[in-house]
Ligand binder design. Structure first.
Ligand code: PLP
Ligand code: ZN
Length: 411
């Protein structure tokens, strides 16, 4: 027997196009091993998912889009999604653009965008009757899984690179995940986790393997358009590692088009770190994903072999989008720049999106009349070590009132 995945009607391979029915244990294409896209009957959904039906819905979380998600019910627990869209006029002025808006996904329960994906994957696991979710992650997908699993009493068994920032490991341990700190890279942790899944039959939420993570991620596009009064922005800037966020963002806009909720989709800008740029290199070249060094200060997008690379390249090309790379210095410099101008604290991977926008503006790839949304996918408190590299150190003074006159001779 197969447990239905909400209103989803089937799966289609990103690589070879082969269609497959939804089954309890299907993750990838039987024919070629490619990743799978979840399909729905949009003709039917058009009748029930309307601007009016959503306007009446008071649920300000990703679950307001439940009919468009591959689960029957919402995941109980802390609210995920409906992240603030912060107007950043100072950044717009400094870049010479009409409008820059920051989607502050660091406001999610585990402080990153990955809550969107983990929420859907954990709910699917529950509907299948699993008691344990496993996953490999650079850190945020794992934290999201730990936080949201804890709330529903699901066990989580997590593989992370040993070098993941301490805050992310602290989140995992605090929320009761069983943490396996792999003495190796994210890519090695990923392969180990897959092997364990095959051997032991655990439910696996790995990015770019589990087809349902992309479904959670697409909700950001729904939110953006709804927050903007059912108008898509001109450009959405996405920080890219495995490529699952950007393929989800694109899928979300395509679904809104098919539902008749928007009239046109935005262009997409993929931002990658210079040292971890497999997807941008493929987009700007022959479209084929090849492993790269995977070396950047932005740990969340430090990926050698992107696991959703094919879908990401397809999404960027279909969106008539483009990709840029940014140096680690530019990524770090973007952290205080965004914080001071717009009041949002971004972790390095999220700051890479803003640095990418700056680079695209410098290369005259962005029309000044555009309204641009930058996805700030993770909170700066996730990696204070990185922020301190550019924020500097405080001045230490004696706890002595007499020092004040010397410190502030002209207050
Ligand atoms: C904060 C943050 N930004 C961006 C990304 C990149 O997402 P993806 O790997 O789907 O491209 C991640 C992934 O871990 C992340 O945690
Ligand atoms: Zn295939």
């Amino acid at each position: 027997m197969t447990v239905r995945a909400g209103n989803a009607t089937g799966l289609r391979c990103v690589k070879c196009g082969t269609r497959a029915p939804i089954t309890d244990d299907r993750y990838v294409c039987d024919a070629c091993g490619g990743n799978l896209l979840v399909e729905y009957d949009f003709k039917a959904l058009r009748r029930t998912v309307t601007r009016e039906s959503l306007a009446k819905n008071e649920d300000r979380t990703i679950w307001r889009y439940l009919p468009l998600l591959p689960v029957a019910a919402r995941l109980p627990g802390p609210p995920v999604g409906w992240a603030p869209l912060v107007d950043a006029p100072k950044l717009a002025t400094s870049l010479g653009l009409r409008s820059v808006l920051l989607k502050d996904d660091g406001k999610n329960p585990s402080a990153s965008f990955k809550d969107r994906a983990s929420a859907v994957a954990i709910q699917r696991a529950r509907e299948l009757g699993h008691k344990l979710v496993t996953g490999a992650s650079t850190g945020n997908a794992a934290s999201a899984t730990a936080v949201l699993s804890a709330a529903v009493g699901m066990r989580s068994r997590i593989f992370v690179p040993k070098a993941a920032p301490r805050a992310k490991i602290a989140q995992l341990l605090t929320f009761g995940a069983e943490v396996l700190a792999v003495d190796g890279t994210y890519d090695q942790a990923f392969d180990l986790c897959l092997e364990a899944t095959r051997r032991f039959g655990w439910y696996n939420r790995n990015t770019g393997y589990n087809p349902y993570t992309r479904e959670g991620k697409k909700t950001v596009s729904f939110e953006l358009c709804e927050q903007l009064g059912w108008r898509a922005p001109d450009l959405v800037v996405v920080p890219v590692g495995d490529g699952n966020i950007i393929s989800g963002v694109w899928k979300g806009f395509q679904e809104l088009l098919r539902l008749g909720l928007i009239e046109r989709a935005p262009w997409l800008l993929a931002a990658q770190a210079e040292g971890s740029a497999a997807i941008v290199t493929a987009v700007n070249g022959d479209g084929v994903i090849r492993p790269c060094p995977g070396d950047t200060v932005a740990d969340s997008i430090s990926v050698s072999l992107p696991r959703d690379g094919d879908a990401a390249v397809q999404a960027i090309r279909a969106a008539d989008g483009f990709g840029v790379t940014v140096s680690d210095d530019a990524i770090l410099a973007a952290i205080p720049e965004v914080a001071r101008a717009a009041g949002v604290f971004a972790e390095p991977a999220a700051a890479a999106a803003y640095a990418g926008l700056k680079e695209a503006v410098r290369r005259k790839l962005v029309d000044p009349s555009w309204q641009v949304v930058v996805l700030l996918t993770g909170n700066g408190l996730k990696d204070v070590g990185a922020a301190m590299k550019v924020a500097g150190e405080p001045r230490t003074i004696p706890a002595d009132p007499s020092v004040l006159a010397t410190l502030f001779p002209n207050p």
